[in-house]
Design a protein around this ligand. Structure first.
Ligand code: IDP
Ligand code: MG
Length: 139
C-alpha cells in the first residue's frame, strides 16, 4: 500500500470543487486516511515547495497557496502515487487530458486546483509536514 499527499488548492476550495475532486480520487479506489482544512502560513508553504525555491514562479506560488484555506488529504491505495498523478493530469491544464481534474477544471498553470506527491520519497516528507502519526487512520 502506498500513501500520497494531496492538497486541494485555494482555487478549488473557492470554486466549490473540493467534493468533486475528492470523489474523482475515491472513484479510482483511493481511500482517505487523513484529512484537514487549513490556511497555510508562509513558512510551511516554503517548506512544502522547497524544491522549487529557485524557480521564477516560487514567490507567486507561495502567495497563491497561502491566499485562502486549502484541504490536505492523505490518500492510500495500491500505486497511490501514480494513480493520484494520473487522476490530476499534467501540471499545465492546457496540456492536461480531458477526463483528468486539471484537464476538466484547471484554469492555468498556477491555478491548477490540486497537488499530489511525485514519488514515495516526497510523499513521506510531505505527509510528515502536514500530519502527525496520530492523525492518520488505519481502517
Ligand atoms: P505539479 O504540481 O504537477 O507537481 P510542479 O512542477 O511540482 O507541478 O510545480 C508545483 C506547482 O507550481 C504547480 O502545481 C503550479 O501550481 C506551480 N507552477 C509550476 N510551473 C509553473 C509556472 O511555469 N508558472 C507558474 N506556476 C507554476
Ligand atoms: Mg510537484
Amino acid at each position: 500500500m502506498e500513501q500520497s499527499l494531496v492538497l486541494i488548492k485555494p482555487d478549488a476550495v473557492q470554486r466549490g470543487l473540493a467534493g468533486t475532486i475528492i470523489s474523482r480520487f475515491e472513484r479510482q479506489g483511493l481511500k482517505v486516511v487523513a484529512m484537514k482544512m487549513l490556511h497555510l502560513d508562509k513558512a510551511l508553504a516554503q517548506r512544502h515547495y522547497a524544491i522549487h525555491w529557485d524557480k521564477p514562479f516560487f514567490n507567486d506560488l507561495v502567495k497563491f497557496i497561502t491566499s485562502s484555506p486549502i484541504i490536505a488529504i492523505i490518500f492510500e491505495g495500491d500505486r497511490a502515487i501514480e494513480t493520484v498523478r494520473q487522476t490530476m493530469g499534467a501540471t499545465d491544464p492546457a496540456k492536461a487530458k480531458s477526463g483528468t481534474i486539471r484537464g476538466d477544471f484547471g484554469l492555468n498553470i498556477q491555478h491548477n486546483l490540486v497537488h499530489g506527491s511525485d514519488s514515495s520519497e516526497t510523499a513521506k516528507k510531505e505527509i510528515s509536514l502536514f500530519f502527525t502519526p496520530e492523525e492518520i487512520f488505519d481502517y
